[in-house]
Write a protein that binds this ligand. Structure first.
Ligand SMILES: Nc1ncnc2c1ncn2[C@@H]1O[C@H](COP(=O)(O)OP(=O)(O)O)[C@@H](O)[C@H]1O
Ligand SMILES: CC(=O)N[C@@H](CCC(=O)OP(=O)(O)O)C(=O)O
Length: 269
């Protein structure tokens, strides 16, 4: 039995059809895969901040996070969005256990190293994988909010793509990003079905990949470099997206380190 980390983006979380959750529960009950959900919720955070007149600022797809913003991020993610997903899974006949990186020190955070002046934005340096093992052994589907804490008890806003990639690395799990687009668009606005690390880097330099797609592809590449066997970005509205991802079917954009890796899906099943 292998883990599959499914990252549900805030762009789609409110629109995921019942069939998405029903398929998820069916995959878990069938027993070949242990699904682990990591969710974002960027739009919910921005809505809450708007309501209290706090401006929103992103740098390279990451939210500039003051103390006040951090509180709102935690309310939105570990509160509303997390419990909404737990509820949807329950309605689909499954049992989900929602928690965040803060709880039990599940995700150990440190300040993000790649982009400066973001405030309390962090990255993960350790994952307590035994929690996932124990919960999944109990037949529960973990639903993880990415907010995390460092050794001194300081909380950090962790981009959900970054958290999902770290968790997938720690579990050596397949990683599926569920978003509101059917994959990565190239400069001609066509979906690319496969992309290598080099192609991704070019698309970032050429500003073809912008905003929230930047942390997604960078963490996807990082995950592949650290041994995650398969990563794809798929649309949450496409039917049977999870099943198709797990079967290695051509869905969304699959990411690879180099051209040679592109044979992986066909040749290793
Ligand atoms: N080259 C690209 N291809 C596809 N989407 C892109 C690209 N560059 C930027 N994006 C944007 O990235 C968004 C997905 O990232 P994000 O909004 O963070 O989604 P999520 O909440 O699902 O993580 C898309 O809706 C799109 O607007
Ligand atoms: C540091 C950082 O950017 N954190 C994200 C966390 C939520 C998230 O990642 O949500 P999506 O999946 O919808 O993008 C944020 O504050 O928006």
């Amino acid at each position: 039995m292998s883990y599959v980390v499914i990252k549900c983006g805030g762009s789609i979380v409110d629109s995921l059809p019942d069939s998405f959750y029903e398929n998820l529960v069916a995959i878990q009950k069938e027993g070949a895969w242990k699904p682990v959900i990591v969710h974002g919720g960027g739009p919910s955070i921005t809505n809450l901040l708007d309501q209290i007149d706090i401006p929103t600022q992103f740098v390279q797809g990451l939210r500039v996070t003051t103390n006040q913003v951090l509180e709102v991020v935690e309310m939105a993610l570990s509160g509303s969005v997390n419990k909404q997903m737990v509820q949807q899974i329950a309605k689909a006949g499954g049992k989900a256990f929602g928690w965040s990186g803060v709880d039990g020190g599940f995700l150990k955070a440190k300040p993000a190293s790649n982009v400066k002046a973001l405030g309390f934005v962090g990255e993960i340096h350790e994952v307590e994988t035994s929690y996932v093992e124990q919960l999944t052994n109990l037949g529960l589907i973990p639903v993880i909010s990415p907010i995390s804490m460092d050794v001194n008890g300081q909380k950090y806003n962790i981009n959900a793509d970054v958290a999902a990639a770290s968790i997938a690395q720690a579990l050596q799990a397949r990683l599926c990003f569920i978003s509101n687009i059917s994959g990565i668009y190239n400069k001609n606005q066509n979906i690319v079905h496969e992309a290598t690390r080099e192609e991704i880097q070019d698309m970032i330099s050429e500003k073809v990949i912008i905003g929230g797609m930047i942390p997604k592809v960078l963490s996807a590449i990082d995950a592949l470099e650290k041994g995650v066997p398969e990563v794809a970005i798929v649309n949450g509205l496409e039917p049977n997206n999870l099943q198709q991802f797990l079967e290695g079917k051509a869905i969304g954009t699959r990411l690879y380190l180099g051209k040679e890796g592109m044979e992986y899906v066909e040749s290793n099943r």
